[in-house]
Design a protein around this ligand. Structure first.
Ligand SMILES: CN(C)c1ccc(C(=O)NN)cc1
Length: 324
């Protein structure tokens, strides 16, 4: 048994939304391999915060059960967050159904979610030890689905400005070139965390120290150590770190170099075209590479994941990468 679901980018590839059916009601959710809560806008969300969102109404689901007294509260790397109550329901993603899945109902959401009208909640795909439900931590959709999957994996094929897909339970070899390159994952912090062995800017030599990174479908950009960020932008003559823009920008006319991350024997190339992320409207462009804020590990978000086919292997606790 498996599932295949379309991942549709918002404008500027800011995030990718997938249809999820909960108790017979379909909402578009943000699949997030950097967190482990499945939460939705619901009838419990204040009407002032519901705005144009699609909301889940547990009262209309014949399979919803309240988990009395259970709560959740989550905050994300960008400072956004949400909190609320918990129940269970039948959740279906691309034909793959999990019964009695913990579904977290938002009773409060931060402004970043209120204004992001296409996003009706998140489906966490990190490890269940990151789930925030109290007093009893809950399993993710992927953890619950594991036993029914032919292969205990999900794959991400995100694309620039066009629909991609997530597959659960199988690896579609038509979606990538060559062989998959696997690296071990350290899931002790709940992330899909692994080691990057070096990097290269443009056609330069691969160097630098090895560093820890997480594969995070819920983060838009490629967030790296400040030293690598400075090294990269030193190759773009007009590059500057703009407070008003919130990061490194450069003239849109510039030729933007590729970035290669050496992951074991695999050279993961992120083409310059993806590293010229968006236009600021004043002739400058915003870089796809930005600082990780010195938090001790790099965040390989959608800018990186758009350039790879990625296998999140729950059974073998490893990640697989291949070019597309
Ligand atoms: C505000 N929104 C839609 C967010 C969605 C996801 C995240 C995140 O850090 N995921 N790993 C942050 C914010």
């Amino acid at each position: 048994v498996g599932g295949d679901v379309t991942a549709t980018p918002e404008s500027d590839d800011n995030e990718y939304l997938c249809p999820v059916t909960i108790g017979g009601q379909t909402l578009n959710l943000d699949f997030d391999s950097g967190s482990s809560d499945l939460w939705v806008f619901s009838t419990s969300t204040p009407s002032s915060e519901q705005q144009s969102h699609t909301i889940y109404n547990p009262a209309k689901s014949s399979t919803f059960k309240e988990l009395n007294g259970f709560t959740w509260q989550i905050s994300y790397g960008d400072g956004s967050g949400a909190s609320g109550t918990v129940g269970t329901d039948t959740v279906t993603v691309g034909g793959l159904t999990v019964k009695n899945q913990a579904v977290e109902l938002a009773t409060a959401v931060s402004s970043e979610f209120v204004t992001d009208s296409a996003n009706n909640g998140l489906l966490g795909l990190a490890w269940s030890n990151l789930n925030t439900v109290e007093p009893t931590q809950q399993q993710t959709f992927f953890a619950n689905a594991g036993p029914q999957l032919q292969q205990n994996v999900f794959t991400a094929d995100l694309r620039h400005d066009q629909p991609g897909s997530y597959d659960f339970g199988f690896i579609d070899t038509s979606k990538f070139q060559g062989n998959l390159n696997y690296v071990p994952v350290d899931n002790s912090q709940g992330f899909w965390q692994f080691t990057v062995d070096g990097y290269a800017v443009g056609d330069g030599a691969t160097g630098g120290n090895s560093f820890s990174a997480i594969a995070d479908t819920g983060t838009t950009l490629l967030l790296l150590d400040d030293n690598i960020v400075s090294d990269y932008y030193s190759q773009i003559s007009s590059a500057q770190n703009s407070n008003s823009a919130g990061g490194f920008v450069f003239d849109c006319t510039e030729d933007v170099p590729d970035l290669t991350l050496q992951i074991g024997d695999y050279a993961a190339v992120v083409p310059g075209s993806l590293l010229n992320f968006s236009q600021n409207g004043d002739g400058t462009c915003f870089g796809g590479i930005q600082s990780d804020g010195g938090q001790g590990f790099a965040i390989l978000g959608d800018v990186f994941l758009k350039a790879q086919f990625t296998v999140f292997d729950q059974g073998n606790v490893q990640l697989g990468f291949a070019p597309k």
